[in-house]
Design a protein around this ligand. Structure first.
Ligand SMILES: Cc1cc2nc3c(=O)[nH]c(=O)nc-3n(C[C@H](O)[C@H](O)[C@H](O)COP(=O)(O)OP(=O)(O)OC[C@H]3O[C@@H](n4cnc5c(N)ncnc54)[C@H](O)[C@@H]3O)c2cc1C
Length: 423
């Protein structure tokens, strides 16, 4: 058992112990009574439960060790999977996964390698070593191909490791109308393959992939429709070439609810946060350092080769010895392949020292904190209440420290008001 697992176990024991003293603790808790919201009719029917006990994160801006910025490679019609000829080469595209590249990587790789397997070639070149290129290379190796990765940067220096890195398979991956119903089926196939493959990486030393307890907190009931801040946008993607409303973004996750653990709404008596509405779920996340290291090691152990090289024009591919090329450059395809269908969606994460003893995460008022083995990650995912439209079209790939400080403050204030471990 790893330290992290031992600590999770210890914390659950504490939660279990508090359950025994449930009713007395609740009755005597001034703080809890002060924070408990009015009980909805459904909640009134469900029996009271013990308050969940958590240690707060130490969220302070002076603890920031790093701020990372990344552009989500968003294509309104979904990722690009078509095949084209460049001279005598056959290029299979695999890029444009929006905010879902980590989650869909294995499924996406599998779709492409299935197509590549119909050729008679056994040698494959993969362009790019982000999470899409690397999982594609590994999937090709597992299918018996001899693989060389050609890339400007290896995984630790790619945009992929500037992401959040949790299971978000339909986060800004397409717009419903341009993607069409066919993409929904493809998405489901990718999501199911990825989910199944990720199970192979659970429970390993260093926790490359793990599940953590996760809380989504709200000041309004969860069934209240999300209202984007009005900003005068009119039209839609079809009329302007850019999405104009969050409702244009596709949502597919209901298609896989048979395999992904459902969230449960907490009874007010259980809710340890000073936010009246709370849901708890178990969230799959990817710890970049250990997972990335493991994938690179697997690639080399299986005889893979890497060539560090930057391409500037598709015609340069004709100099490669491989006839089959899988193109996985992420957002860089906008320049390198002149694919202007890619729309940047900026995102930023701030990193604080790791807290492996506090393996949980939360979302509140557009800020999130997630405890990963490589750091406590804080993201301002929607501080301006723009919903899916936040940062769409924004290609400013430089850190904005004030944004991270605002997110830290939102959560630090919440913790300061919350009766977390008391009671
Ligand atoms: C803030 C943020 C949070 C996110 N959170 C999540 C999340 O929680 N879950 C999730 O599933 N997804 C998330 N995403 C989305 C995810 O990060 C992307 O979809 C994914 O990283 C795309 O990976 P990629 O391999 O296609 O691209 P990249 O990581 O950009 O990799 C591209 C590779 O191609 C190489 N390359 C590029 N151009 C050239 C060239 N001209 N010549 C040679 N090599 C080249 C690069 O060096 C690199 O190796 C998030 C994104 C952001 C910005």
């Amino acid at each position: 058992m790893t330290n992290r697992n031992r600590n999770i176990g210890r914390r659950h024991l504490v939660a279990g112990a508090s359950a025994c003293s449930l009713v007395g603790a609740l009755a005597g808790s001034r703080l809890l009574h002060a924070q408990t919201p009015s009980v909805s009719p459904t909640q009134a029917l469900t029996p009271q439960k013990p308050r969940i006990r958590l240690q707060p994160f130490d969220l302070r801006a002076d603890q920031i060790t790093d701020i990372k910025v990344c552009l989500r490679p968003f294509r309104p019609m979904g990722p690009r999977f078509d095949v084209e000829h460049v001279g005598s080469k056959l290029v299979f595209h695999n890029y444009g996964h929006g905010g879902s590249g980590w989650s869909l990587s294995w499924g996406s790789a599998s779709l492409v390698v299935e197509k590549v397997s119909t050729t008679l070639q056994r040698k494959v070149a993969v362009i790019g070593c982000g999470i899409i290129g690397l999982t594609t290379a590994l999937t090709a190796q597992r299918a018996g191909f001899d693989v060389t990765i050609y890339t400007k940067d290896l995984l630790p220096r790619t945009r992929s490791v500037r992401a959040n890195g949790s299971w978000t398979p339909d986060s800004r991956v397409s717009l419903t109308a341009p993607a069409g119903p066919g993409f929904a089926d493809l998405w489901e196939k990718m999501a199911r393959i990825s989910w199944a493959t990720y199970r192979d990486y659970l429970g390993l030393p260093g926790n490359p992939v793990e599940f953590i307890e996760h809380f989504v907190l709200s000041d309004r009931p969860f069934n209240t429709p999300h209202e984007e801040s009005p900003d005068g946008r009119t039209g839609d993607y079809a009329s302007t070439g850019m999405p104009q409303h969050g409702t244009e973004f596709a949502r597919y996750s209901d298609r896989i609810k048979d395999i992904v653990p459902a969230a449960e709404e907490l009874h007010p008596s259980e809710n340890p946060f000073a936010a009246p509405y709370a849901k708890r779920n178990t969230l799959m996340l990817y710890n970049f350092a250990s997972y990335g290291h493991l994938l690179m090691s697997e690639f080399f152990q299986a005889g893979g080769h890497v060539v560090i090289r930057e391409f500037h024009d598709p015609s340069e591919l004709t100099s490669l010895p491989e006839k089959i090329i899988i193109n996985c450059p992420g957002y860089a395809a906008r320049d390198w392949w002149n694919d202007k269908s890619l729309i940047p969606v900026r995102g930023q994460t701030a990193w604080l020292p790791p807290r492996p003893d506090l393996p949980y995460g939360l979302h509140y008022q557009g800020a999130s904190a997630v405890s990963k083995t490589d750091g406590l990650m804080v993201q301002a995912y929607d501080l301006n209440n723009e919903g899916e439209m936040g940062s769409v079209g924004n290609s400013f790939e430089h850190p904005d420290r004030s944004e991270s400080e605002r997110a830290i403050k939102v959560l630090a204030d919440l913790f300061a008001r919350s009766p977390l471990s008391e009671g």
